[in-house]
Design a protein. Structure first.
Length: 70
């Protein structure tokens, strides 16, 4: 499942990663939090990250999300 792949990727980074959709915020490292966000294919989201791996985390997660639309 795509949510599990996303969370697995997020946990590889030393960063606090959040996913924002509408007025909701989810912890990118929590499958329950991500599932509760209810983001579907084509939904606009924003990913934020803080920490040593923040930039690498965002790049990797955006690349992963882009691969889901192929």
């Amino acid at each position: 499942r795509q949510a599990a792949l996303f969370v697995n990727q997020a946990t590889e980074f030393d960063a606090i990663i959040k996913v924002l959709k509408d007025n909701k915020e989810a912890d990118a490292k929590s499958i329950i939090s991500i599932m509760a966000l209810g983001a579907k294919k084509g939904t606009d989201i924003m990913i934020t990250a803080e920490g040593p791996d923040a930039e690498k985390a965002i790049e990797a997660l955006v690349k992963l999300l882009d691969s889901f639309t192929d």
